[in-house]
Write a protein that binds this ligand. Structure first.
Ligand SMILES: C[S@@+](CC[C@H](N)C(=O)[O-])C[C@H]1O[C@@H](n2cnc3c(N)ncnc32)[C@H](O)[C@@H]1O
Length: 387
């Protein structure tokens, strides 16, 4: 392992840091080597990686490098480093939060007090994932520690910075507005923060570390509610009242609940039982059986196909291809998980996405969502001519 980037190194060279699910670091490193071989891997901790940019570029150009521009599947957030704040830099034995916060604002001032540079709109604080996904029921999200440290940083913001803050900047879980520039503080160790900045460009970058402040509702049929709720916000499909959807691998029904909450009509395909609370919704119909056992005419009016089957990616893609390529089915959008039973399958993602594009979907993207486990979500849309 190389040494972490120090404040002095950061002054000479420019770095980005990426956060990801714990365990996804090798997949993210390979993805970066493929997409941006000119970015040199520098340092990593579980769920956190840094890369050195090939040359110094202007602040505006740095802001244009983000997760969508990198076309990264595994990065949750992409941040431009301003430097590191480490307990080891201070004299006191215990980590002194007051000193650390002061140092955060000193690093921020280097870039953001220069004339002509954008103003900071809010402060994003987050911890790298504490555990591997699924361990001890761990769900990635904003932690109490992140809220506490955010308060300490927010309350000590210099007056000239604070006046430019966006609405609800006092709340860590308030979404940023598109175009805003946020100061990032990633808590990588208890006594080590990485400070940087990013621009809000999409649903995920509105939130600290790309982490939606979402909790599983008490009446959710399964935790899959969270991944489809996140997936639907990310995909931004126009699914609303009366939208006709098919949920393949629907049992027990959390994903269908995310659709039903939008007023959609859902055909839930699964040989297994559906939660009675989902069955009780008049907009839900259970088609009991495996997808290849059902008559295709049942789907003629459906436009949106979601799938979350615990099967190999090849099987999911074969099942979807057979449906969307039929002349009597006019699919507009797909939202589906691909299970990476083996991390080696991550190498095939470009091929999987090319296959989906070949079915006539002109907008295809993939992301390992916050609520995905060892899997990714794919969103595919046939964009109509009038957009
Ligand atoms: C991870 S669970 C789905 C969770 C569900 N999406 C939710 O929101 O609660 C996977 C489901 O896929 C179903 N499944 C597996 N193969 C299938 C097939 N060929 N056709 C339909 N469902 C299938 C399984 O029965 C299982 O219920």
């Amino acid at each position: 392992m190389r040494t972490p980037l120090s404040t002095s190194a950061a002054a000479d060279s420019q770095f980005i840091y990426l956060t990801c699910q714990r365990g996804a670091e090798p997949a993210l490193k390979r993805e970066m080597a493929r997409r941006r071989p000119d970015f040199r891997f520098s340092y990593s901790r579980p769920g956190f990686l840094t890369f050195k940019l090939p040359r110094s570029i202007s602040l505006e150009k740095r802001l244009a490098i983000d997760v969508p521009a990198l076309r990264s599947v595994f990065a949750r957030s992409c941040v431009h480093s301003l430097g590191r704040v480490s307990g080891k830099d201070f004299d006191s034995e215990d980590f002194d939060l007051g000193q650390a916060v002061k140092r955060v604002w000193e690093l921020a001032a280097r870039e953001f007090e220069k004339d002509g540079n954008p103003k900071l709109s809010r402060v994003h604080v987050y911890e790298r994932d504490r555990f591997d996904v699924g361990t001890r029921e761990f769900e990635p999200g904003l932690t109490d520690c992140a809220f506490d440290i955010h308060r300490a940083i927010y309350e000590t913001a210099p007056e000239n910075v604070r006046v430019a803050f966006g609405s609800n900047a006092d709340r860590l879980d308030a979404p940023g507005e598109l175009g805003e520039v946020c100061l990032d503080v990633a808590i990588v160790e208890k006594d080590e923060f990485y400070v940087g900045f990013h621009r809000v460009v999409d649903a995920h970058s509105r939130y600290p570390g790309g982490l939606f402040p979402m909790a599983l509702p008490t009446d959710a049929a399964s935790r899959a509610f969270l991944k489809f709720e996140e997936g639907l916000r990310w995909a931004n499909f126009p699914i609303g009242t009366g939208s006709r959807c098919v949920d393949i691998g629907a049992s027990p029904g959390g994903g269908s609940q995310a659709l039903l909450a939008r007023g959609a009509e859902v055909l839930g395909v699964d040989p297994a039982e559906i939660d009675p609370r989902v069955l009780a919704n008049p907009n839900f119909t259970h088609l009991r059986g495996k997808i290849n056992q059902l008559k295709r005419r049942l789907f003629r009016k459906s436009r949106w196909f979601l799938t979350d089957m615990n099967v190999a990616p090849q099987y999911t893609l074969d099942a979807l291809e057979e449906i969307v390529n039929r002349d009597d089915i006019a699919a507009r959008g797909l939202l589906f998980t691909l299970k990476l039973f083996d991390w080696k399958l991550a190498e095939n993602i470009p091929e999987y996405l090319a296959r989906v594009k070949s079915w006539g979907f002109n907008r295809v993207k993939a992301r390992q969502l916050q609520f995905n486990r060892q899997e990714i979500m794919v969103a595919a849309l046939k964009k109509p001519f009038y957009h």
